[in-house]
Design a protein around this ligand. Sequence first.
Ligand code: HEC
Length: 110
Amino acid sequence: MFVRKALAAGPFLGLAVLLATGSPVAAAGSVAEGHLLARQWCSACHIADAAQASGSADVPPFTEIAAAETLTADNLAAFLANPHPVMPDMALTRDEIADLVAYIRSLRSE
Ligand code: HEC
């Protein structure tokens, strides 16, 4: 919980620190909450975790997104700040975005 309070105080500072230190796991959001959000909101299309057998064709699984060389917490958060074109109703809060970023980045080491 202390992590989330710190996030509310300065999400962008948190991301800047994360980028500066190059930590493999995002410090700003909660991996566990991001995982729950991913199952709830993302698994209709993406394969969101190892327990999920299939997602939509042509939608990248989160492990693939996490492994991309170009992925940073910054560009992932920026992508999630706007709904994907195919998802007109998705509006995530900053906290939810930070949690999802933390979760997806955590998949990198698995
Ligand atoms: C309605 C289906 C659908 C849902 C639900 C969905 N996505 Fe996506 N997502 C897509 C499609 C299709 C693409 C690829 C096309 C694009 O980038 O718009 C994509 C692309 C992405 C990408 C970029 C991948 C890349 O390599 O550029 C990220 C990151 C992402 N989704 C995260 C999420 C997260 C996090 C959620 C849940 C909050 C979510 N998506 C929910 C369909 C979906």
